[in-house]
Write a protein that binds this ligand. Sequence first.
Ligand SMILES: [Zn+2]
Length: 310
Amino acid sequence: MHWMLLLFMSLSLPALADLDYSLKPRQIAADTWLLEGSTDNFAKGNGGNIVNTAFIVTERGVVVIDTGPSKRYGEAMRKAIAATTDKPVIQVLLTHHHPDHVLGNQAFSDVPIGALAGTIELLGQQGDAMAENMYRLVGDWMRGTEVVLPTETLTSGVRTFGNHDLRLLSLGGHTGADLAILDQKTGVLFAGDLVFYQRALTTPNSPGLSVWLADIATLQGLPWTMIVPGHGPLATDTKPFEQMRDYLGWLDQLMRDGAANGSEMGEMIRSPIPERFAAISLSRYELIRSVSHLYPRYERTQMKRVDSNL
Ligand SMILES: [Zn+2]
């Protein structure tokens, strides 16, 4: 029986040719398809497909929103688009510079790739290091992946693609340069990583949680009918916004209180996570990361306050 065991083991290790994202676009509104990733962390098992990407088939051609975590993903996305429509891809819009959203760019290098100025700058500065980290985390799935910088700078305002008017919003709570896209024809709001839903938010480049909270208010005030978060399930109610406000508010208060009490970082990362966040995946993992990203700022603010009282 040993040979069967060996055979089974060799079959269970995916060969390079078998690394298949199996992308299945799901229509979520008129002309609009979603490719929903998992809410897990980057892993060799998922090839980094932890992200939501989407495309809109306008009368003139296809607008792609984010290109995924690798060249291989971008190519699979392009195939999935071709299987859905005969229309050519005419535009890519990137929500922000994080690797899971932009490392599929190579598969779209024949069309304009648009991003906010800040996103282009951040990707230029951090892209190679982020890609290297992705090779470490997901391995062979990344084979051949290189950073491709956007070719077009986007600003706030309405852009028309065929029969779809897309309202672009230049925000910044997640990375300092975050594009949100409201399709004014369908009411679908592509929130990028300004909205995480049922998955803990990430903070490596956040300018501050108060900026992020203000962005959430801006997004909620738009005339949307459906929210596509950067990570997690889509929604047609306000729950993703409520969860974001609740979670950001908790995280902010936790670090304020910690700094006021002089708590050490080691204590902060062990803080209890409220029961109401039990359904949010990776909350402990991301709390540890957020404390390391943001807590020193809270400690400095606290010291300033003490100083100013002297
Ligand atoms: Zn992100």
